[in-house]
Design a protein around this ligand. Structure first.
Ligand code: PMP
Length: 408
């Protein structure tokens, strides 16, 4: 295994949650696909906000409120810089799920019964159900992209399918949360957009691992969750190409999103304000700024290289175990191992692993259509982040061998 260049010892010290024992064993946290751990600076920033800085944004003339507003807008600018877009194109939401709902609902006046919405079998339910609802409301047709047996896309087949369907919308993940496989988005986006489709990318899993420049990726909408990017829960966002974003119909209305209100009608503000009604998660957004600052101390390539080295080692060790069915590809993967052991229930494997301090996820991972496609009810999922190291892999494999000895 290649020597790690990254100062992983120091990085792990920054994440207090990692430095504890679970069931009398050192914690091996392999559930970053569900949520990442938080560095101390994110925890401290949250506490500092409530201790010293708490005030509502956009509505006060007093110092605390003005400072909170500046901070809140600074993090929007920081987020825009992270994704290579403009501040006015970032809308705060409570996460990726809300952001997809915002887009799907926001398109309801533009979509008609003559339209086709392409979805894919790898999608998280958060990127399926809102489109199902939109299709039901408008009469639009849903069409599922073809998928290889192993859960990967055949890009040529996808392009053929897109050309045949002439979709109005393509909703697709940048990386599968269950398998970790990375989608060949540039080719798919280019094809879909040449036919006039709006491309909505679910970036919940890619935002941290791949740090995409969204102007280069050239999608129209992209959603993310801060809690999968070492930030707090309850914060996320939507990037939208400005003209398309501003053309969406708000799906939540109320205070702060309006220009003027009379008793019987209102004029809305422009994006992003018109999608941010009510008091936002100010402390969370402020802490997300600390998460982005933490990430910015590394070159992204450095993080990715490290994650890939640890993931490749884990993949090769897991693949050698008799009776393991490994569904994740090693190539083009953000660092997720989706597997089963013989016909053992994934809950049993995950529960036994927990007994050795190894935290993995088990179940359908909110991807029931993908599980059906793979011919399984669920799987165990070990998902990696840059704070994992080779020792985590060794402990995980040792624990798994011990579980297998119990199960066999
Ligand atoms: N899409 C994908 C690919 C995900 O992995 C998740 C979270 N597991 C979501 C959407 C939903 O994210 P959230 O729960 O943060 O809204």
């Amino acid at each position: 295994m290649p020597e790690l260049k990254f100062d992983i010892t120091r990085v792990r010290q920054d994440f207090p949650t990692l430095n504890q024992s679970i069931n009398a064993c050192p914690l091996v946290y392999l559930d970053s696909g569900a949520t990442t751990q938080k560095p101390q600076c994110v925890i401290d920033t949250t506490a500092k906000f409530y201790t010293d800085e708490n005030a509502n944004v956009h509505r006060g003339r007093h110092t605390l409120s003005e400072n909170a507003t500046i901070q809140y807008e600074n993090v929007r600018a920081q987020t825009a810089t992270y994704f290579g877009v403009n501040s006015s194109e970032i809308v705060w939401t409570k996460g990726a799920t809300e952001a997809i709902n915002l887009v799907a609902n926001g398109l309801r006046k533009q979509v008609t019964a003559n339209d086709t919405i392409i979805i894919t079998p790898i999608e998280h339910h958060a990127n399926l159900v809102p489109w199902q609802v939109l299709a039901q409301q408008t009469g639009a047709k849903l069409a599922a992209m073809p998928l290889n047996k192993d859960g990967t896309f055949d890009t040529e087949l996808c392009l053929k399918f897109i050309k045949k369907q002439k979709p109005a919308i393509v909703a697709i993940s940048h990386a599968s949360n269950a398998l970790g496989n990375i989608t060949d988005l540039p080719t798919i986006i280019e094809c879909a957009k040449s036919l006039g489709a709006i491309v909505v990318v679910d970036g919940a899993q890619s935002a941290m691992h791949l740090k995409p420049n969204l102007k280069i990726l050239d999608c129209d909408f992209y959603v993310f969750s801060a809690h999968k990017m070492i930030g707090p829960t309850g914060v996320g966002g939507l990037y939208g190409r400005y003209e398309l974003l501003n053309a969406l119909t708000p799906y939540q209305t109320g205070g702060e999103m309006i220009q003027t209100v009379t008793l019987y009608e209102s004029v809305y503000r422009d994006a992003p304000a018109k999608f941010e009604s009510g008091t936002p998660n100010i402390a969370g957004i402020t802490a997300f700024g600390a998460a982005l600052s933490y990430l910015s101390q590394f070159r992204h390539a450095e993080i990715f290289e490290h994650e890939q080295a640890v993931f490749n080692y884990a993949h090769s060790r897991l693949a050698k175990i008799d009776g393991i069915y490994l569904y994740s590809s090693v190539k083009n993967n953000i660092g997720t191992l989706c597997f089963n052991y013989k016909d053992e229930h994934p809950f049993d494997v995950a529960t036994l692993l927990d007994g050795y301090g190894v935290a993995v996820r088990a179940g359908h991972h909110c991807t029931q259509p993908l599980m059906a496609h793979l011919g399984i009810n669920g799987s165990v999922r070990a998902s990696f982040a840059f704070y994992n190291n080779y020792s985590d892999v060794d402990k995980f494999i040792d624990a798994l061998q011990a579980c297998i000895a119990i199960l066999d």
